[in-house]
Design a protein around this ligand. Structure first.
Ligand SMILES: Cc1cc2nc3c(=O)[nH]c(=O)nc-3n(C[C@H](O)[C@H](O)[C@H](O)COP(=O)(O)OP(=O)(O)OC[C@H]3O[C@@H](n4cnc5c(N)ncnc54)[C@H](O)[C@@H]3O)c2cc1C
Length: 385
């Protein structure tokens, strides 16, 4: 096997690894950068993919716009209605209150992945030292030696080969596309049920085709996966009620196990972990990819500063120092986002009476205390700055 050397290697061609590569090449076209990608070279050979609907914040849209990687198919969220099934307490957030065009956007994972692959292909033409290596199956590939290794191998909870800090919430998410009778365009619903959050989110297929993320115990979720379409729709209708009229059709049901797995230290010598490789979150607050994109953007900035400098300064000590600055700069955002997501996942799945009451009060407080609501919405839209 031959060996290939470069300055930076990114391991993982998911959304976060791809975005990091594009931001590095945009700032530093001469970068000696290698991307190790387990996905096939041709878009057509990618699995019809991961069709889960992902909520991206306005902050993520602004970041992806800088590299022309905003997917063309997406749906804006103008209102979010939060409630708990059969209990008091509700909150409504609107784009007008926050003075924004949209509270967020729903885009399918596959479309984000494709848009970033295209952005990287475009910038690749102007990047003479960029090497995009596709390693599929057990095929041989060039061993790569790099001054700095960026881990963006991502992964799903319980499918990662590392487990550090975190929590198994004993939950799975059933996702799918549903058709309903009469949904308000651009409206998202988050309903807290005794088993976990149930989110109904807009899609780009039209206002009556919605993305479903239904969290429940692994047993109930597995059972729901196996129900016939008709039985499934009845069970969903019973849980959600009639706010979007009748549920008419369901397709593409899939299950994901949910939990929190995060690294306390995201750097070691000249290696760094970003995106899901650094933290894998419960989707209750829709924050995993948003946080990962912020990781990628800020890391690209730090690395470009080092590798644009004189070669004698590109030594392990300077690289480690840049990574330390990076880790420091990510601390507040990571801690707040991991903490908020963990808090929501735990509080909104508890059935203990005092917590149910506190939860109702919290939702009412959100409704009646606009500054609290705005602060929470801003954290979710832009992260901690
Ligand atoms: C049900 C569900 C709903 C979600 N909803 C939201 C949401 O609404 N909003 C949000 O922001 N986030 C959401 N997330 C989280 C989001 O999907 C992840 O945070 C995001 O996919 C992380 O991107 P990534 O690139 O770090 O990892 P991944 O998407 O896992 O990509 C990693 C890539 O690296 C590759 N790879 C793995 N190992 C190697 C290796 N050794 N060498 C090379 N390549 C490798 C993999 O094949 C993959 O292509 C949700 C997650 C789930 C499960």
């Amino acid at each position: 096997m031959s060996t290939h050397s470069c300055d930076i290697v990114i391991q993982g061609g998911g959304p976060v690894g791809l975005a990091c590569a594009v931001w590095i090449l945009q700032k530093l076209p001469q970068a000696k950068l290698t991307l190790i990608d387990r996905n096939p070279i041709n878009d057509a050979d990618l699995k019809a993919g991961d069709s889960r609907g992902i909520a991206l914040s306005h902050g993520s849209k602004l970041l992806l716009d800088t590299i022309h990687a905003w997917p063309k198919d997406g749906a804006e969220i103008h209102r979010v209605h939060v409630s708990q099934a059969g209990r008091f307490g509700r909150a409504l957030m609107t784009r007008e209150e926050l003075n924004q065009n949209a509270l967020g956007h729903i885009v399918r994972y596959h479309d984000i992945h494709m848009a970033l692959r295209q952005a990287l292909r475009t910038i690749q033409e102007k990047s003479p030292h960029f090497d995009w290596q596709h390693i599929t199956g057990d095929g041989a590939f060039e061993a790569t030696q790099a001054k700095c290794v960026v881990h963006a191998e991502g992964g799903l909870f319980k499918q990662q080969d590392w487990v550090e800090s975190g929590k198994d919430y004993g939950q799975s998410a059933l996702v799918g596309l549903i058709e309903v009778e009469k949904a308000e365009p651009h409206q998202a619903w988050e309903r807290f049920t005794p088993e976990g959050p149930l989110a109904i989110l807009p899609s780009h297929y039209g206002s009556n085709t919605l993305n479903l993320v239904w969290c429940g115990s692994p047993e109930s979720s597995q059972h729901r996966l196996q129900l016939s379409d008709a039985e499934f729709l009845i069970s969903l209708q019973n849980e959600f009620g009639s706010r979007v009229g009748r549920f008419l059709k369901v397709q593409d049901r899939r299950l994901y196990e949910l939990g929190l797995n995060y690294r306390k230290e995201i750097i070691q010598d000249t290696e760094v972990w970003i995106g899901n490789a650094a933290q894998t979150l419960h989707p209750v607050a829709g924050q995993g990819l948003n946080l990962g994109l912020r990781d990628a953007f800020l890391l690209a900035e730090k690395l470009c500063r080092v590798f644009a400098g004189p070669p004698e300064e590109q030594n392990p000590r300077q690289i480690h120092q840049a990574l330390e600055e990076y880790a420091q700069s990510r601390k507040a955002d990571r801690t707040a986002t991991i903490g908020l997501t963990d808090f929501m996942a735990r509080v909104f799945t508890s059935n203990l009476t005092p917590i149910v009451i506190a939860r109702g009060l919290a939702l009412s407080a959100l409704q009646w205390l606009p500054p609290v609501k705005t602060a929470l919405a801003r954290q979710m839209m832009f992260g901690r700055r």
